[in-house]
Ligand binder design. Structure first.
Ligand SMILES: Nc1ncnc2c1ncn2[C@@H]1O[C@H](COP(=O)(O)OP(=O)(O)OP(=O)(O)O)[C@@H](O)[C@H]1O
Length: 451
C-alpha cells in the first residue's frame, strides 16, 4: 500500500480501536479512531475520511447489528458516496449481504485477518480515488459545457419541424438517434436536447466513434483498472461512468464494430458496465443520444449494424435536413457567422452584398453548415471591405476547380490557394494553418493581410 487515504474507525471497544490504529497507521495516510458514532457528521465534514470502518454492535453483547445499520444510514445520508466497511464479531453471511444491500461497500468479520483487512482497505482507497476522478472529470466537462453558448439559427420550414420535435421530446428521457449529413448540426442539436432535458444540470459527455481505434474506444468508453494493459498505470473511469446521471452523445455510431456493438448493447440493456481488467459491475444511469451520417438501416440490412442495438438507441429519431433544403437559412446563417467572425477577428464588416447572398444561396453546400461556417470565416479573414462580395467567397465545388484545366504556374496564385486551403482545412485556426504551410504564424498573418 502506498500510504494514502484517511481512515476513520468507529467502535465502542477501546482495545479494538487501539489495535486497529496500530495496525493500519503504517499502511495508510492517517487513522482517526472514536467510540462516538454521534459525532459522525462532524468527523465527515472536518476530517473527510476516505473510508469509515464501522462497528455493527455498539452495546456489549449486542448481535443484531441494528445500531450499525442505523449509523450506516446516517453516514450515507450525509454523503451517499461514502465508503463504509462494517465490522462485526459475529461472522454472518446474511448480515454481510444485508449490509451491502444497505449501502456498505464491504464487510469484515472480527477478529480480522491482517492481510484480508489491508486488502479491503486498499480496494476501498482505490474506489475512493476513482470516485474522485469521476467527479473531477464531470466537473471539467460541466465547465467546458458551461462556457459555450449554443445558438441554433433556422427559420425554414424544415428546421421549424425539427425544433418542434425537439420541444416535444424535451421533457422525456428517451434515447434519441439523430440522422443527417456531415456538418448539418447533429452535435449542436444533441447538446440542445440535453440542455432542455431533466438532466440539464448533469454532465453532457460526448465521444466520436469515427475518430478512434477499437481498442482505444473500449478503454475510453468503459474505463480500465490499473494493469489491465501495459499503459494502464492507474485506474481510469470511462465516459459511460462519467456520464452517469447525465447524457452520453455517441457520434458516428454506425462506425462501431460488431464486437463493440455487442458490448454497448449489454451496457444499455443492463444499465451497468465493468472496466477493462475488472469483473466488478458499475451501475450507470445514462441517457443516450446517438448520431450518424450513414444509412444505418442499410447497415442493418448488410449485417454491419445490429438491429437490436438500433432499436435500443432510436426510441425517437430526428432527421436534420441538409442545408440546401433550408431555403433562406443559408443567408441567415451566413449573416450570423459574419457577425461572429467579425468580432473574433476584429473586422468591421457590415453585411453581405446582394450578389454574395445570391451566390451562397445558389450553391449546394455538400459540407452543410460547417462548410458555410468555414467559408464565411475565410472570407472575413481575407477581406478588408465593409461588405462581403460574391468574389470573397471561394466555394469548393465550383471555384476550387477553376484552374484545373489550365496549369497554373503563377507563384502568387499558387501561394494564395495554398493559404486558403490551409485555412479551410484548419477551420480557420491560424496556428494549425501555419504549421500545414510550414511557415510561422506571423508570416501567415502577413500573407493574409497582403491580399
Ligand atoms: N443551425 C445552426 N445554427 C448555428 N450554428 C450551427 C447550426 N448548425 C450547425 N452549426 C455549427 O456548424 C458546425 C457544425 O455543426 P455540428 O458539429 O453540430 O455538425 P455535425 O452534424 O455534428 O457534424 P459531423 O457530421 O461532422 O459530426 C458547428 O460549429 C455548429 O456550431
Amino acid at each position: 500500500m502506498d500510504n494514502k487515504g484517511k481512515i476513520l474507525v468507529i467502535d465502542d471497544n477501546e482495545d479494538v480501536l487501539f489495535a486497529l490504529h496500530a495496525l493500519l497507521s503504517p499502511y495508510v495516510g492517517k487513522v482517526k479512531v472514536s467510540t462516538q458514532p454521534e459525532k459522525i457528521q462532524k468527523f465527515i465534514e472536518e476530517y473527510q475520511p476516505d473510508i469509515i470502518l464501522l462497528d455493527m454492535n455498539f452495546q456489549k453483547d449486542a448481535i443484531s447489528g441494528k445500531e450499525g445499520f442505523y449509523w450506516l444510514d446516517k453516514i450515507l445520508n450525509i454523503d451517499s458516496q461514502s465508503i463504509v466497511v462494517l465490522m462485526t464479531a459475529y461472522s454472518d453471511t446474511d448480515k454481510a449481504v444485508q449490509a451491502i444491500k444497505a449501502g456498505a461497500t464491504d464487510f469484515i468479520p472480527k477478529p480480522w485477518e491482517k492481510e484480508k483487512l489491508l486488502a479491503t482497505i486498499h480496494s476501498g482507497i482505490r474506489l475512493r480515488e476513482s470516485q474522485k476522478e469521476v467527479s473531477l472529470l464531470k466537473n471539467r466537462m460541466e465547465v467546458l459545457n458551461a462556457d459555450t453558448a449554443y445558438e441554433i439559427i433556422g427559420e425554414s420550414e424544415a428546421m421549424q419541424k425539427t425544433f418542434s420535435l425537439i420541444e416535444k421530446l424535451a421533457g422525456t428521457d428517451a434515447n434519441i438517434l439523430i440522422l443527417g449529413e456531415n456538418g448539418t448540426g447533429k452535435d449542436l442539436i444533441a447538446r440542445t436536447i440535453h440542455n432542455l432535458s431533466p438532466r440539464s444540470k448533469e454532465v453532457f459527455v460526448s465521444i466520436d466513434l469515427g475518430g478512434i481505434s477499437e481498442s482505444l474506444f473500449e478503454s475510453e468508453l468503459f474505463g480500465y483498472e490499473k494493469g489491465a494493459f501495459t499503459d494502464a498505470k492507474k485506474d481510469k473511469p470511462g465516459r459511460m461512468e462519467v456520464a452517469s446521471g447525465g447524457t452520453l452523445f455517441l457520434d458516428e455510431i454506425a462506425n462501431l464494430s460488431l464486437p463493440m456493438q455487442a458490448k454497448m448493447l449489454t451496457a444499455i440493456e443492463k444499465k451497468q458496465i465493468s472496466r477493462l481488467g475488472s469483473t466488478k459491475n458499475i451501475p450507470i444511469d445514462v441517457r443516450f443520444i446517438s448520431a450518424t451520417n450513414a444509412d444505418i438501416y442499410q447497415a442493418v440490412e448488410d449485417v454491419r449494424f445490429r438491429q437490436d442495438l438500433l432499436y435500443r438507441i432510436n426510441t425517437i429519431e430526428i432527421h436534420i435536413p441538409a442545408l440546401r433544403e433550408r431555403g433562406n437559412d443559408v443567408v441567415l446563417l451566413a449573416e450570423y457567422f459574419l457577425k461572429k467572425f467579425g468580432l473574433k477577428y476584429k473586422k468591421d464588416i457590415q453585411n453581405l452584398s446582394h450578389d454574395a447572398k445570391r451566390k451562397l444561396s445558389a450553391y449546394n453546400w455538400p459540407g452543410n453548415v460547417r462548410e458555410l461556417q468555414n467559408t464565411v470565416e475565410r472570407a472575413v479573414i481575407l477581406s478588408s471591405d465593409r461588405f462581403l462580395k460574391a468574389d470573397d467567397f471561394v466555394l469548393a465545388q465550383t471555384e476550387g476547380r477553376k484552374h484545373k484545366d489550365k496549369e497554373v504556374l503563377n507563384l502568387q496564385i499558387i501561394e494564395q490557394e495554398a493559404v486558403e486551403k490551409a485555412l479551410n482545412r484548419s477551420n480557420g485556426n491560424l496556428n494549425k494553418a501555419a504549421e500545414m504551410l510550414g511557415i510561422s504564424r506571423f508570416a501567415l498573418y502577413r500573407k493574409i493581410n497582403r491580399k
